[in-house]
Design a protein around this ligand. Structure first.
Ligand code: MRU
Length: 364
């Protein structure tokens, strides 16, 4: 997608194939700064500290992380240790473990001397695949948007999204925002309500940033405003991304997604989940009890980061000194609240039967 008018991917191998270049998402939207990952520790840190984030992007970053590890030591023991560190960097998004497992299964049968080159090639293939999958999600999802638009001819379609499931969360295109970008290209009058997404504000800082870069009309709202807008007919559809989906269609996504799904159901607003099949975890049957939910530092709740009038980036405290805070980073939306999944293979209902067909394509 466009960054300052130039088609850009969120992650690229450097031309010499020895380091990896990402955008430092902790600084967006205020600063656009590339970040170079030179070794395994850099890759683990970038995922943990959320310099890169979003389920598909952390998966691809982990694949490159394994390539960086193989460059330093391609022994079986070293790669297994690297895989454990990468897969453990964040627990909820299954793409991370999926990518690491896929890379390990491809590399370990090879003689160690061949592993570094093979690891780079595989990471690049996985990046290309992610871009292609997201582009396909866009093609499938735009049909949903066109169908909704036909119900209100000549009027703007209003889509609400939560967190950032756009280009910045993937290699290119995004998941939830890919249909939006397609619709924009088709000339569909469209506007996006962007949940700010406390506590880290991925909506306010990242989704708003990338929608502006692509010229898509949008408005940032406080997380609590969505239900009110739905009650007043100002939301035609909700589209969110996902971090892990069970065989039965329960969806782990950014904290607050569940409340949006409840409000959507109460107001007859369709609730779509954009899902690459790499986010399906076909071994899980009950999202509430089986999906591990990441707990992050309470400081993300008690403090806010932003830019001051003179351009410096600062952090300020919101709460009284010593206040306790809790920070569950994801929640689970039960399948019964999901209208359908928009996947790279088509739009499918939230049922074990429909997802089972997709699950057969997922190697775990
Ligand atoms: O904590 P984050 O920013 O990594 O959370 C991201 C999300 O919850 C996204 O909605 C999800 O990963 C889907 S990304 C296409």
């Amino acid at each position: 997608m466009l960054l300052r008018g130039t088609p850009t991917r969120t992650i690229e191998a450097s031309p010499d194939g020895r380091t990896v270049c990402v955008l430092d998402q902790r600084l967006l939207p205020h600063r656009v700064e590339p970040l170079r990952l030179s070794d395994l520790a850099d890759a683990v840190w970038a995922i943990k500290d959320m310099a890169v984030r979003g389920a598909p992007l952390i998966g691809v970053t982990a694949a490159y992380g394994l390539a960086l590890a193989a460059q330093a030591d391609a022994s079986t023991e070293a790669l297994r240790t690297a895989a454990t560190r990468l897969a453990g960097a964040r627990p909820t998004a299954v793409n991370l473990a999926w990518a690491v497992r896929r890379a390990l299964e491809a590399l370990l049968p090879l003689p160690p001397a061949q592993r570094p080159e093979a690891a780079w090639a595989l990471a690049t293939t996985m990046a290309d695949e992610d871009a292609a999958v997201c582009e396909s999600i866009g093609r499938q999802g735009v049909e949903v948007l066109h169908a909704l638009a036909r119900r209100k001819p000549g009027r703007t379609l209003n889509v609400l999204t939560h967190c950032n499931a756009g280009w910045l969360a993937t290699v290119d295109w995004g998941t939830a925002l890919a249909p939006v970008y397609r619709a924009q290209a088709d000339g569909l009058p469209l506007h996006v309500w962007v949940d700010e997404t406390r506590p880290r504000n991925q909506g306010a800082s990242l989704t708003a940033f990338e929608l502006a870069e692509q010229g898509v009309a949008h408005t940032v709202i406080a997380d609590n405003a969505g239900g009110h807008l739905m009650q007043h007919g100002q939301v035609d559809a909700v589209i969110v991304g996902c971090d892990r989906v069970t065989a039965h269609g329960d969806v782990a996504n950014k904290i607050g997604t569940y409340l949006k799904a409840l409000a959507a159901r109460d107001n007859g607003v369709p609730f779509y989940v954009a899902m690459p099949t790499s986010t399906l975890d076909p071994h899980l049957t009950d999202g509430l009890t089986q999906i591990p939910i990441e707990t992050r530092d309470a400081r993300e709740v008690t403090h806010l980061r932003g830019r001051t009038g003179d351009g410096s980036l600062v952090e300020v405290q919101l709460v009284p000194d010593g206040t306790a805070a809790a920070n569950p980073a994801f929640d689970v939306t039960p399948a019964r609240l999901v209208t359908a999944f928009i996947t790279e293979h088509g739009v499918v209902p939230a049922s074990a039967q429909a997802l089972g067909g997709l699950g057969q394509a997922v190697t775990r």
